[in-house]
Design a protein around this ligand. Structure first.
Ligand SMILES: Cc1cc2nc3c(=O)[nH]c(=O)nc-3n(C[C@H](O)[C@H](O)[C@H](O)COP(=O)(O)OP(=O)(O)OC[C@H]3O[C@@H](n4cnc5c(N)ncnc54)[C@H](O)[C@@H]3O)c2cc1C
Length: 364
């Protein structure tokens, strides 16, 4: 148990002004041992979420999501970087970066390129030089290390950028002006002129897209999203109870539908976590399960938002109401890459790979 009720209250109390990086909240996660727990055991941590205890880890992501979705986004990016370094990094880079993580440096993964100026890397002999921009860089220059993908001969190479070496002018904060998730500070970063050494290169070209790790990663953002839906629900329940509207038949039915949806979200997380950790199952099946989970949780969150909004009404749209920010944050955070493609892959799997898995004979 990392996030006790007391820690959760501390995290909520440490919420930054909207648009500011959640540094204090991350420090509380450090204080309760979670930032260390996600480092592999061989490097001083507990390896939680690193292909073991995945269901428990997804539940932690959900709990963080209930407290603050921007914090959840930053924490998930931090974990993802350490996970990728654990999978593909050299012994030397693992020692180097896990040591930085133990010293409370923050990490993030920045993959999304500016479409007309993607990040490229040029080999200059004993060093490399970058050119181009990344967009939606969560944490921006408030984190210390960003794992980015660069195109080097058509195949992406991963490398870690040390953000303290970038000028303040490299960050365009004005580009991040969404209606919600403001504190994820997902800015645009210009890498023109940045040079790096070999230790900063992680793995071989193409490693970033290796499966099942690339596509099953969606279970982590979906778990954070589910946390946002739990918060919407609790906000609606408090509102109805405080107004004495909880005895109304239709409101009871709405809260029941919300509870059923959230329970199914929890079951998706539990089952998918177990499937991911099961070494006997095929990678393609794990990807299929992860795709189903992200599609299901997108629907669950959308349904819960809609029901909670109808249960509370106009008051829920007032800036003074907790639900107002939750609504904005969750609406933005639900926008993740390729939702149609994920659904399409679920359909393809059922048609091509495993028609019998939906067959009633299998269950008798
Ligand atoms: C709060 C937040 C923080 C983020 N932080 C980071 C970060 O730190 N690092 C990072 O790399 N990224 C980050 N991202 C960006 C994220 O990885 C995705 O790039 C982004 O969420 C994609 O959202 P989108 O709605 O533009 O997706 P899209 O994939 O563009 O989807 C939009 C719509 O178009 C459809 N679509 C997609 N492709 C096609 C196609 N070829 N033809 C037709 N239709 C298509 C989709 O199914 C969907 O309906 C962040 C995003 C958010 C919301």
């Amino acid at each position: 148990m990392y996030i006790t009720k007391k820690i959760a209250a501390e995290i909520e109390a440490a919420a930054p002004i909207e648009g500011k990086f959640p540094k204090e909240q991350l420090e509380i996660l450090g204080k309760c041992g979670l930032m260390k727990a996600i480092i592999p055991e061989e490097y001083g941590g507990e390896g939680i979420g690193m292909l073991k205890n995945t269901a428990a880890f997804l539940n932690i992501l959900k709990v963080i999501g209930t407290l603050d979705l921007s914090l959840g986004r930053i924490f998930e990016g931090h974990f993802n970087t350490l996970f990728i370094i654990a999978l593909y990094g050299s012994e030397e880079s693992k020692q180097y970066y896990f040591d930085k993580a133990l010293k409370s440096e923050f990490f993030g993964v920045w993959n999304t390129d500016q479409f007309n100026d993607p990040v490229r890397m040029e080999n200059k002999g004993n060093f490399h030089a970058l050119k181009g921009k990344k967009i939606f860089c969560s944490g921006g220059r408030s984190i210390q290390n960003a794992l980015i993908s660069t195109f080097n001969g058509g195949v992406p190479q991963l490398l870690v950028v040390h953000l303290d070496d970038l000028d303040a002018g490299a960050e365009d904060t004005s580009s991040w002006n969404p209606m919600g998730m403001c504190s994820s500070v997902s800015t645009t970063i210009n890498f023109d002129g940045y040079t790096l050494e070999n230790i900063q290169l992680i793995g071989n070209p193409g490693d970033y897209f290796k499966e099942p790790y690339f596509n099953t990663g969606s279970v982590r953002f979906a778990s954070v999203q589910l946390g946002g839906a739990f918060s919407m629900a609790s906000s609606a329940i408090s509102h109805l109870t405080s107004l004495g509207r909880h005895n109304d038949t239709i409101q009871k039915a709405r809260i029941a539908q919300i509870a059923i949806a959230l329970e199914s979200g929890d079951q998706w997380i539990q089952k998918t976590g177990e499937i991911i950790d099961n070494k006997e199952l095929e990678d393609n099946f794990k990807i299929h399960q992860a795709n189903m989970l992200r599609c299901a949780i997108l629907e669950i969150c959308t349904e819960v938002m809609h029901l909670a909004e109808r249960a509370v009404g106009l008051q829920g749209f007032m800036r003074s109401h907790k639900m107002e920010k939750l609504h904005r944050d969750l609406s933005v955070y639900l926008k993740q890459p390729g939702p149609d493609a994920a659904l399409q892959r679920v359909g393809e799997w059922v048609f091509n790979e495993d028609l019998k898995y939906l067959s009633p004979e299998e269950t008798v």
